[in-house]
Design a protein around this ligand. Structure first.
Ligand code: FMN
Length: 263
């Protein structure tokens, strides 16, 4: 395990060195030109993650590590905005004090980003700690651009609750949607068994990446059941979408889609 971790860290260092060398040789502007060609044709907008509190982000100077470097944030956002034709936004976490978060949010607004997402937790908070909607409200009240509120939306009714509590213009939901995507249904949530089956069908239809499909299924199982049971073990063992189709009784649908694709 340690060897694998060591290899990954080394690989990331090699990639960063290669990128730095590319920037040194070609200049930052040509690197952006390359990024523009590679990315902008496929995505509608870019959001910079300044909220990730994981140690690999913090030690690598990424994610929430940026929150204590407002000049760098300014540099990143203005450079991206200048060089890309698509909207560039960012997502932050709360700082240690609400006035501190508001001050940072105002600086970010000045870079010209069209929206800002705020996750209502601080770096040291754990996912089980309640999101501080009142501190998101302080940011929303201070800015003119749309604020996207994030944290603890698990039911359809929570969308209105967080909107009313924060005054934010939009809402971002992560775990609630991951565990049961029917959270967006005004008539109420479907059973997770139904959602899981439909998720597998959609993954087959869109030929979704296997790793991502398995990860989402694992998150659902971990939340509602246990990975140690038969189903969890079978998902972990699955080597293809065809295996998952078999596991969830969707072989006929898989074969139909495969035949349509081949035709
Ligand atoms: C499996 C998982 C992966 C995540 N990956 C990212 C990420 O890549 N970038 C990001 O900004 N936040 C990421 N987050 C954090 C969520 O976007 C969100 O801020 C956090 O879960 C709080 O929202 P929630 O209470 O609706 O889950 C991730 C969360 C989970 C559960």
């Amino acid at each position: 395990m340690q060897h694998v971790l060591g290899l990954l860290i080394l690989w990331r260092k090699v990639l960063m060195m290669l990128f730095s060398e590319l920037v040194r040789r070609k200049g930052i502007e040509s690197c952006f030109k390359w990024a523009r060609q590679m990315l902008c044709k496929d995505v509608a907008a870019i959001d910079i993650n300044m909220g990730c509190p994981k140690s690999f982000s913090l030690t690598g100077g990424m994610g929430a590590a940026l929150l204590s470097k407002p000049e760098l944030i300014h540099d990143i956002l203005t450079t991206l905005r200048r060089n890309l034709d698509i909207p560039v936004t960012c997502k932050i976490r709360l700082l240690n004090t609400s006035p501190g978060t508001v001050e940072l949010a105002r600086r970010i607004e000045k870079t010209g980003v069209p929206a800002l997402a705020v996750h209502g937790r601080r770096i040291k908070d754990r996912p089980r700690d309640p999101a501080k909607w009142d501190e998101i409200a302080d940011v929303a009240a201070a800015l003119s651009i749309p604020v996207i509120a994030n944290g603890d939306v698990f039911e359809y009714e929570d969308f209105k609750r967080i909107k009313d509590a924060t005054g934010a213009s939009s809402i971002m939901a992560a775990r609630g949607a991951l565990w049961n995507a029917s959270i967006f249904c005004p008539k109420g949530k479907l059973s997770w068994e139904e959602v899981k089956k439909e998720y597998v069908r959609k993954s087959i239809l869109w030929d979704n990446d296997l790793k991502s499909t398995k990860q989402t299924l694992k998150e659902m199982i971990m939340h509602y059941s246990c990975l140690e049971f038969r189903e969890g073990k079978a998902v972990i063992k699955s080597g293809s979408l065809a295996d998952l189709a078999k596991l969830y009784g969707e072989e006929e649908y898989y074969n139909f889609i495969a035949a349509t694709r081949g035709a």
